[in-house]
Design a binder for this molecule. Structure first.
Ligand SMILES: NC(=O)C1=CN([C@@H]2O[C@H](COP(=O)(O)OP(=O)(O)OC[C@H]3O[C@@H](n4cnc5c(N)ncnc54)[C@H](OP(=O)(O)O)[C@@H]3O)[C@@H](O)[C@H]2O)C=CC1
Ligand SMILES: O=C(CO)[C@H](O)[C@H](O)COP(=O)(O)O
Length: 465
C-alpha cells in the first residue's frame, strides 16, 4: 500500500463518514480507520466514485503506514476518554512532527491539557453543521499554533462551507480556542432552539394551532429577519409525519431534550469567566427540567397543567420577540468569547467568528452577516449596543416584553426569552438594585461597599456597634 494519503481520519461514525467523503470529494487522498472493522469495510464499499481517493485500513499500523509524511490525522470520536485513548494508541506509531487533529466536540480544557502535555503538533478543531454540514461544508473553528494550522489549512478551507465564496473556516486562536468557540456556538444553539421551542409552545397551546399551521408560521418567518437554518428545520419538523402512524411527528416525540454536554460546559465556563449568559444558561436548565418527566407529571396532578389558551398576541409580536431574543442570545455568546482575552490571553477575532458562522453551522442565519459587520465596526462593544442591532432591539424589545408577560400570565414557561429580556433590562439600567445587596453584605459581614462619592471600603452605621 503506498504511503501517500494526504490525511487520515479515525472514527467513521455520523460525522467522520461525512467528513471523509467531503475530504475525498475535494480531491485529497485520505486513509480511514475505525475501531469496528466492519464499519470501515461498509464505508469503503459504499464510497462509490470517491473510492479511489479513500484507503480503508484495518489496523492502526496499516493506517499510519498509508499516510504521507509528515502525517496529519483527524480524530472524529466521542469527546473525553476515547480521544485520550486514541492518542495514546497512536503516538508510539507516529513521528515527532506528525499532527493529530481532534475534530470532535472536545471540552476546551481537555484540548488545553493535551496541547500542554505534548511537544507534538496538535490542533483542536470545532466542526459544526451536523452530518449534512460535514458532508457538504461545515463551519470549522480551528485552535492551535498558526504554523500547525497552516499544514492543513488548504484542506480545512476546501471542505468548509462557503459564504458567497468565502470559506467558513479559520484559526480562532491557540490551544483550546477552537473548541471554546465551538462550545459557545453550541451554547447559542441551545438558546436559539429553546426560544423557538417557547414560541412553538405559545402557537400550539396558546393559539391552538395545528402542527401544519405552525410549520407554515416558521416557513413564513424564514423569509424575513429570522431566516436561519434552525427556523427552517423547525418548519420542517413541525410539518413532518410519523412514518408508522401518519400522525404529526411532533405529537409522538417525548418532550425530554437530550444533551451531550457542550451547552452545560458553556454555562459552567461562563460562571468561571464571570460573564453573564442568562439566556443560554436558561436553555440548559430548560433541557434539564424537560427530562424530569415523572416530576412534571406529578406537578400537573397537584397544580393542574400550566399553559392556558391565549391568542391575543399576533404573529408579528411573536416574530418580534424571537428577533429580540435571538440578538440577546448571540450578544451574550460573543461577550463570552471576548472574555477569553483577559483570562486566557486569546485574542479571538469576533467579526471573524461571526463570518465563519454565516454558513455551514447549525446557528447560521442571515443576521450573522450584519453581526459580523457590527462587531467589526464597533470592536469591543456588546452586540446589542451596536447601532444596527440597537435599532432592532428598540423596535422589538416591546414584542419580547409582551410575549414574556403574556406567557407568564397564561402559564407558558419562557425561560430563555424571559432571561434574555431580564439581561436586556439590566444591561440598560444605569442604577439598578445591587446597592441593596451591598448593604445586606455589609450588614451581616462587614464586607464594605463603594460610596456613590467614590470612597471605597465604606460601612453602614452597624459597623460602629
Ligand atoms: N453528530 C453531530 O451532529 C455532531 C457531532 N460532533 C462531534 O463529533 C464527534 C463524533 O460524533 P458522531 O460522529 O456523531 O459520533 P458517532 O457515535 O456517530 O460515531 C462515533 C465514532 O467514534 C468511534 N468510537 C467510539 N468510541 C471510541 C473509542 N473509545 N475509541 C475509538 N473509537 C471510538 C465509533 O466507532 P465504532 O464504529 O467502533 O463504534 C464511531 O466511529 C463527537 O465528539 C461529537 O460530539 C460535532 C458536530 C456535530
Ligand atoms: O455540535 C453539534 C451541533 O453543532 C452536535 O449536533 C451536538 O451533539 C449538539 O449538542 P447536543 O447533543 O447537546 O444537543
Amino acid at each position: 500500500m503506498p504511503a501517500d494519503a494526504r490525511i487520515g481520519l479515525i472514527g467513521l461514525g455520523t460525522m467522520g463518514t461525512a467528513l471523509a467523503l467531503n475530504i475525498a470529494e475535494k480531491g485529497f487522498d485520505i486513509a480511514v480507520f475505525n475501531r469496528t472493522t466492519q464499519v470501515t469495510r461498509d464505508f469503503a464499499a459504499g464510497a462509490g466514485d470517491l473510492a479511489p481517493r479513500i484507503t480503508p485500513t484495518e489496523t492502526l499500523e496499516e493506517f499510519v503506514a498509508a499516510l504521507a509524511k509528515p502525517r496529519a490525522i483527524i480524530l472524529m470520536v466521542p469527546a473525553g476518554d476515547p480521544v485520550d485513548d486514541q492518542i495514546e494508541a497512536l503516538r508510539p506509531l507516529l513521528d515527532d512532527d506528525d499532527l493529530i487533529i481532534d475534530a470532535g466536540n472536545a471540552n476546551f480544557h481537555d484540548t488545553n491539557r493535551r496541547v500542554a502535555a505534548s511537544d507534538h503538533p496538535y490542533l483542536g478543531v470545532g466542526v459544526s453543521g451536523g452530518e449534512e454540514g460535514a458532508r457538504h461544508g461545515p463551519s470549522i473553528m480551528g485552535g492551535g499554533a498558526p504554523e500547525v494550522w497552516a499544514r492543513v489549512e488548504d484542506i480545512m478551507l476546501a471542505i468548509s462551507a462557503k459564504y458567497k465564496g468565502e470559506p467558513c473556516a479559520a484559526l480562532m486562536g491557540p490551544a483550546g480556542a477552537g473548541h471554546f468557540v465551538k462550545m459557545v456556538h453550541n451554547g447559542i444553539e441551545y438558546a436559539d432552539m429553546q426560544m423557538i421551542a417557547e414560541i412553538y409552545g405559545i402557537l400550539r397551546d396558546g393559539h391552538g394551532l395545528s402542527e401544519d399551521e405552525i410549520g407554515k408560521v416558521f416557513e413564513d418567518w424564514n423569509t424575513g429577519p429570522l431566516e436561519s437554518y434552525l427556523i427552517e428545520i423547525s418548519g420542517k419538523v413541525a410539518r413532518a409525519r410519523d412514518v408508522a402512524t401518519g400522525k404529526p411527528l411532533l405529537s409522538v416525540i417525548v418532550d425530554a431534550a437530550g444533551q451531550k454536554g457542550t451547552g452545560r460546559w458553556t454555562a459552567i465556563e461562563a460562571l468561571h469567566l464571570l460573564t453573564p449568559i442568562p439566556a443560554i444558561s436558561a436553555a440548559v436548565d430548560a433541557r434539564n427540567i424537560s427530562s424530569r418527566l415523572q416530576e412534571r407529571a406529578s406537578g400537573q396532578d397537584i397544580f393542574g397543567a400550566a399553559p392556558q389558551r391565549f391568542d391575543d398576541l399576533d404573529l408579528k409580536t411573536l416574530e418580534g420577540a424571537l428577533i429580540a431574543g435571538k440578538i440577546l442570545a448571540y450578544a451574550q455568546g460573543f461577550v463570552m468569547i471576548a472574555a477569553t482575552g483577559d483570562v486566557y490571553g486569546w485574542d479571538i477575532d469576533l467579526p471573524q467568528v461571526a463570518r465563519i458562522w454565516r454558513e455551514g453551522c447549525i446557528i447560521r442565519s442571515t443576521m450573522l452577516d450584519d453581526m459580523a459587520a457590527a462587531l467589526a465596526d464597533h470592536a469591543g462593544d456588546n452586540l446589542m449596543r451596536t447601532p444596527y442591532f440597537a435599532d432592532l432591539m428598540k423596535t422589538h424589545h416591546g414584542a419580547l416584553r409582551h410575549v414574556v408577560a403574556g406567557a407568564a400570565l397564561n402559564g407558558h414557561a419562557t425561560p430563555a426569552l424571559s432571561s434574555g429580556l431580564a439581561y436586556f433590562d439590566m444591561m440598560r439600567t444605569a442604577r439598578g438594585t445591587a446597592n441593596m445587596i451591598q448593604g445586606q453584605r455589609d450588614f451581616f459581614g462587614l464586607h464594605g461597599f463603594v460610596h456613590v462619592n467614590g470612597a471605597t471600603d465604606q460601612h453602614g452605621p452597624w459597623a460602629q456597634d
